[in-house]
Design a protein around this ligand. Structure first.
Ligand SMILES: [Zn+2]
Length: 369
């Protein structure tokens, strides 16, 4: 998902990213406008795009702020032309399932759009009583005030479609999750969403806009499917399945030059520091290098991080992830009966997650075919 979107600043501390498919909308608007009027005023075209863009941002902020208020802090918003996706922070401690809260968060986006549409229609009615709001074309650069009303009405209604990951689909999932496992509820909602995408794509023969909508629905369902697979990997795989059991350790009495020498001979970036049978700290290759450059040679004891967390081998990846991000660490020692039996590093965690997600997808595809 990150690879297909570019960062665009922050609002209320929430990262905003723009999905590349926004460029496709830009092209499409340009083309249809060109056909309709022969000439496009670039200023009006840009203003129309800004209206759609701003409405999507406000829609997503609706989800994000209601989410934050109900104890599900958002991390980022990825903007798609049909409404965007709010990504909630998976590194945070897990929040207990609560279908009413999920419905509230899902409905907040469309509510924002209906509010904007209602207020701007009211304002328009007062400012220009003779204006015919119901006249075609509804969304056009030739009438920006009408576009503001109709684009928001359209965004609100479209997002209420029960096509996951549209908000209506999220409501559906929340309802499924009353009687189903969360992962199964998500899967069912995603497959209904794919069905909708297909219907829209087929309807493209009749109206090109519908095919565009189907395409975006498909992209969004695909993104959700990927993150659902990641989540299931995080929740079900245990540390003993991925921990590194063959690793180098340092002693607090090692000099930094010795430590660097050792680091050169292995691929590890982070090292547990062991005194006798006890683990007393962790240190990274980068930290060793930095200190050597800045202060010259010294002892590992002086630079190691004494604050660290340990994990049991039966803990899940998501629990290790939370421990790492809570203290901003890059290594977590795995212990059994107070003995160090392995390490999990951030690098190793990311790598195995990508591999596990891939093998699960392949297995799932093999089962379905
Ligand atoms: Zn939404």
């Amino acid at each position: 998902m990150r690879t297909w979107s570019i960062p665009a600043g922050r609002i209320f501390g929430i990262e905003i990213r723009i999905h590349v498919s926004f460029a496709i909308l830009l092209l499409f608007i340009g083309l249809t406008e060109q056909i309709a009027h022969n000439t496009v005023s670039p200023w009006r075209g840009t203003a129309l795009l800004a209206i759609v863009f701003g409405s999507v941002v406000l829609h997503e902020l609706g989800h994000a702020l209601v989410g934050r208020q109900s104890g599900v802090p958002p991390r980022a918003i990825v903007l798609l032309p049909i409404g965007g996706v709010t990504i909630f922070d998976e590194a945070q401690p897990e929040v207990p399932a609560n279908w009413k809260r999920d419905v509230r968060i899902a409905v907040a986006g469309p509510v924002v759009n209906f509010l904007i549409a209602g207020l701007s229609a009211l304002f328009l009615h007062i400012a220009a009583p003779n204006d015919r709001l119901w006249a075609d074309p509804y969304v056009t650069s030739a009438n920006l005030a009408h576009s503001l009303v109709w684009a928001n009405l359209w965004l609100g209604f479209f997002n209420l479609l029960p096509a996951f990951p549209m908000d209506g689909g999220r409501v559906l999932r929340a309802i499924f999750s009353r009687t189903m496992e969360p992962a199964a509820a998500t899967r069912r909602a995603i497959s209904i969403g794919r069905g909708f995408a297909l219907v829209f794509l087929l309807a493209g023969w009749w109206n090109a806009w519908l095919a565009v909508v189907g395409f975006f629905l498909f992209v969004a369902a695909q993104m959700e499917d990927r993150s659902a697979v990641f989540r299931s990997v995080l929740e079900t795989v245990r540390l003993e399945d991925i921990m590194l059991t063959d690793f180098a350790t340092l002693s607090p009495a090692d000099t930094l030059e010795d430590a660097l020498e050792k680091a050169v001979h292995c691929l590890q970036d982070d090292f547990p520091v062991i005194r006798g049978a006890d683990m007393v700290g962790v240190v990274s290759k980068q930290k060793i290098l930095q200190t050597l450059r800045r202060e010259g040679n010294g002892y590992v004891q002086a630079v190691m991080n004494r604050i660290f967390d340990v994990a049991q081998k039966s803990e899940t990846l998501s629990s290790a992830f939370r421990k790492l991000s809570a203290r901003n660490l890059s290594i977590i020692p795995v212990v059994e009966n107070q003995q160090l039996i392995g390490i999990v590093t951030l690098q190793n965690l990311m790598h195995s997650m990508a591999l596990l997600a891939e093998t699960r997808k392949l297995r799932k595809a093999a089962l379905e075919s």
